[in-house]
Design a binder for this molecule. Structure first.
Ligand SMILES: Cc1ncc(COP(=O)(O)O)c(C=O)c1O
Length: 397
């Protein structure tokens, strides 16, 4: 039996009536730019995540660009993130003229390792002439951007404590983690997008909450920063045709907004189905005796009681001889993918940063070993067993 990595048609049938009803109303109104549909999903995301302000954007990438522009981050500045993430995280930093500074990931979670962040802040950076932290290249550290990769929130208590000590704001890259909970020991359970000073989500179609094309959202605590991001979203325009800043066209389409509004009420059930599939994979892999041959995703907050302690945007295992295993699964009709084969410090476009192989060993190892298996909510138990069986066969061959 072939099992695709993702089949969005199975999700569409669940929301089809509501989506079509909302789209029909929008078409009747012929009001496609901003307005009530965008405000509705912004309010719903605010309620769902507990963030202070939500600003609908044309994509996750554009949300990050607008955030960096609104924070005035550019030439002479630096932002700390990890090299094991989707390109946009660091691409946007470089695009506004700032320096992406990488710290390695934790091998179990694939998220920013707080110990490596501490080393970077204390040892690799130094105090500049005005007492602010600068990188070895002399750029001022303006933000720390942890990435909640694959749907599990980073160790935010430790990251936030370091950020507070060095007085640096945190930008959460929550592109893959809408709805993911974080049981903070310092406060209470918080949700991705409502932990750092500012954050963003991607609603790329394959995300847990996906639009019918590109879409995203920025969230933040501070009203002033929210106003600045809104300004950047619409050409820096305050009063009509009066431009206070140079921004861009980063607006969320009303058409995407109505689709997201139809889907959001289902999201928690979809997250739960993804966790159920992850539990079934573990059960099957145990039965098949694969426990010492593959490394499973960890669930660091499972014992906390937080509902969405992991939202499994991706279900990523580590396997020996990954490319061989991947080829065998593909030949057996099992959808699988590698997120991400080349860590960002080794990407051609970042050659000017001067990194080489060995600089971030955990990211490089993850890039060699990781393999994402189907995890979408509508996957049946039979399909999960099929994938597990095919993986067992591929590992034995
Ligand atoms: C971690 C991460 N950051 C940023 C983005 C960019 O989002 P978008 O594709 O909506 O521009 C993505 C999307 O894939 C992502 O996974």
């Amino acid at each position: 039996m072939a099992v695709p990595l993702l089949d969005l048609r199975l999700q569409y049938v669940q929301v089809k009536d509501d989506v079509q009803r909302r789209m029909a109303a929008l078409c009747d109104s012929q009001q496609f730019i901003l307005g009530a549909p965008v405000e509705e999903i912004e309010a719903a995301v605010r309620d769902y995540t507990g963030c202070g302000h939500a600003i609908g954007m044309s994509s996750g990438t554009d949300a990050l660009l607008a955030i960096l522009m609104a924070m005035g981050i550019g030439r002479g500045d630096a932002v700390i993130t990890t090299p094991y993430t989707f390109f946009a995280t660091a691409g946007c930093i470089q695009r506004v003229g700032a320096e992406p500074v990488f710290v390695d990931i934790d091998s179990a979670t694939y998220n920013m390792d707080p110990a490596k962040l501490e080393e970077c802040l204390r040892k690799k950076c130094r105090s500049g002439p005005d007492g602010r932290l600068v990188t070895s290249a002399g750029n001022r550290v303006r933000a720390i951007m942890p990435v909640h990769l694959f749907g599990c929130v980073c160790d935010m208590d430790r990251i936030s404590a370091l950020a507070a000590e060095f007085d640096i704001p945190v930008i959460e890259d929550a592109a893959q983690a809408i709805g993911a909970d974080y049981p903070s020991k310092d406060t209470k359970t918080l949700r991705a997008g409502a932990i750092g000073e500012v954050s963003y989500f991607s609603f790329f179609p394959s995300k847990n909450l996906g639009a019918f094309g590109d879409a995203g959202m920025a969230t933040c605590r501070d009203e002033g920063l929210a106003a600045e991001i809104r300004l950047m979203r619409n050409h820096g325009m305050g009063a009509q045709y009066h431009h206070e800043k140079v921004g861009g066209n980063f607006r969320l389409d009303a058409l995407q907004a109505v689709i997201l509004s139809a889907k959001l009420p289902h999201l928690d059930a979809w997250h739960a189905a993804r966790r159920r599939n992850a539990a079934l994979y573990r059960e099957e892999f145990t039965k098949l005796g694969l426990l010492d041959r593959i490394t499973f995703p960890v669930e660091p907050y499972a014992a906390s009681g937080a509902k969405n302690h992991h939202v499994y945007h991706q279900y990523v295992v580590r396997v020996p001889h990954r490319d061989k295993v991947r080829a065998a699964l593909t030949a057996a009709g099992i959808g699988c993918a590698v997120y991400y084969p080349v860590p960002l410090h080794l990407q051609e476009c970042f050659a000017s940063l001067g990194h080489s192989e060995g600089d971030f060993p955990e990211s490089e190892k993850a890039a060699r070993e990781s393999l994402a298996l189907p995890i979408y909510p509508e996957l049946t138990p039979e399909q999960v067993r099929e994938v597990a069986g095919a993986l067992a066969k591929a590992l034995m061959s």
